[in-house]
Design a protein around this ligand. Structure first.
Ligand code: AMP
Ligand code: MG
Length: 471
């Protein structure tokens, strides 16, 4: 059965997007289909895997009801303003509604050039497609709000980057693809009507409990959702890598997986991205840089907050000030269970921070250390195991609850060196490691014996120093 498509974004004013078809590809082939997700979305997995389905996933055919378009947005990239970005290598086909009533935008990423491609080719190669598939689906399994991966196809085309690579397309799905940068685009155009329309659309999608014109309520909801999101990232040792405002989702989803990475050994200043020269988006910098992004959203919304600009600024500032307490509370809800505590105060906060200081000093693996609190062996992960012993004694006094730790500390995460190995194998034509890794990552809190090889931290010679955007 073909998906029942609609495209409500296509009914917004024309200046919100450019309608555009995907550029056909020569010999598409299905690499991976996410059966569970297809079920959640109410899609027929058998149809998706058919020739007709494949033609849609490859951008070779547009199913009835879909209206492919590239969304326009702007954004601050590493603090510098770009007045027009937009989908340069992605197209929104439309949306489907799941059995639970949830809307799912379906987007093809790597579907060819659009008016927003600038000097890019609009394509993606197998590496970034596999990386996004694995990491976004791992995030979902870890309980982190995120865009999802419905399918990956190879195109039969060669994509030229540092070298020629096999081309691929990811089918990305999400409750929307609206970014802080989408609001910034209309604000910078002084397009008040556009802003109002975008606000009403975003409220309906993400915060339907609000009135469609409640700009301040919307800001407050985004602040809260993003504080929750970044606290989850922190609790898992995840570094997004490009927290530009165009990669900051107004529904509080993780979006635009580029040079993202999970920490191996813990260090707050850790950066993987080759383009983040000054550590703007380092692991420990994420909660703070997020406020900067949220301030850009606040600034874009000002004309809708109050006609009186002074009053608008004052109200927006008050909402932004709620970020600090919201983040602190989310941090505690994420980190206390990691050491087996249901809640706590200053003393327990200090206990977590003390452990992390010791981890940093001793190059302890982030994921394994927390996971090993449950079944022992954490001390062996420290260069100086006695640094752990000293902490452990105080910790035991707090009578940690193993059940809390089991739910908060995954045993397996998508590690960089493994992703790179999977990509290398895939480029050489072997997709088995990709399927195996995806399977293991779907049960991060209950990994089982078959996950053992995927739990291992990198050997010295496997250590990944840098990750790349993949554009
Ligand atoms: P990103 O760094 O992936 O968030 O992308 C930033 C901007 O560059 C967005 O407007 C993308 O659509 C655009 N872009 C990235 N890669 C390509 C590509 N291969 N072709 C065209 N545009 C691209
Ligand atoms: Mg982006």
């Amino acid at each position: 059965m073909t998906p029942q498509f609609d495209n409500s974004y296509a009914r917004l004013p024309e200046r919100f997007f450019t309608k555009q078809s995907a550029t056909p590809v020569p010999t598409p082939s299905l690499l991976k289909l996410n059966h569970n997700l297809a079920g959640e979305m109410g899609l027929d997995a058998e149809w998706l895997a058919s020739n007709e389905g494949l033609a849609m996933l490859a951008g070779n055919d547009t199913p009835a009801g879909a209206e492919p378009l590239a969304q326009v947005y702007a954004g601050h990239q590493f603090g510098g303003w770009s007045p027009r970005l937009g989908d340069g290598r992605a197209l929104l086909l439309g949306e489907v509604t799941g059995p639970d009533g949830q809307h799912w935008d379906i987007q093809l990423k790597g579907s060819g050039r659009t008016p927003y491609s600038r000097s890019g080719d609009g394509r993606a190669w197998l590496g970034p497609v596999i990386r996004e598939y694995l990491v976004s689906e791992a995030m979902a399994a870890l309980g982190v709000p995120t865009t999802r991966a419905l399918a990956a196809v190879s195109t039969g085309e060669t994509v030229l980057r540092e070298a020629p690579f096999p081309g691929a397309i990811l089918t990305r799905v999400a409750s929307s693809h609206i970014r802080v940068g989408t609001f910034q685009y209309f604000a910078s155009q002084k397009d008040r009507d556009g802003l109002e329309t975008l606000l009403a659309f975003s409220v309906e999608r993400h915060y339907p409990e609000l009135a469609p014109n409640d700009a301040l309520g919307f800001l407050s909801s985004v602040v809260e959702a993003q504080a929750e999101l970044v606290a989850k990232w922190m609790g898992l040792g995840f570094i997004h890598g490009v927290m530009n405002t165009d990669n900051c989702h107004v529904g509080g989803l993780t979006i635009d997986y580029g040079p993202c990475a999970f920490l191996d050994t813990y260090h707050p200043a850790k950066v993987f991205s080759s383009i983040d020269q000054f550590g703007r988006y380092a692991y420990g910098a994420q909660p703070e840089i997020l406020v900067w992004n949220l301030a850009q959203l606040a600034s874009a919304l000002l004309p809708l907050i109050d006609e009186d600009s002074e009053k608008a600024v004052e109200a927006a500032q008050e909402v932004l000030h709620s970020y600090g307490p919201a983040y602190t509370s989310a941090w505690q809800r994420n980190f206390f269970p990691k050491i087996g505590l249901a809640d706590g105060g200053e003393e327990e906060i200090a206990l977590v921070k003390d452990l992390m200081l010791r981890m940093a000093d001793n190059q302890a693996d982030f994921t394994l250390t927390f996971h090993a609190l449950l079944d022992g062996g954490a001390r062996d992960l420290f260069i100086d195991p006695t640094a752990f012993d000293a902490w452990e004694a105080t910790w035991r006094d707090h009578q940690p609850d193993p059940a809390l730790m089991a739910k908060a500390n995954p045993g397996v995460i998508p590690r960089n060196h493994q992703i790179e190995r999977v990509i290398k194998e895939a480029v050489a034509g072997n997709m088995d490691p990709f399927h195996e890794m995806a399977e293991v990552l779907s049960r991060p809190f209950d990994p089982g014996p078959e996950a053992a090889p995927w739990q291992k931290p990198p050997l010295e010679e496997e250590l990944v120093q840098q990750t790349f955007c993949g554009t």
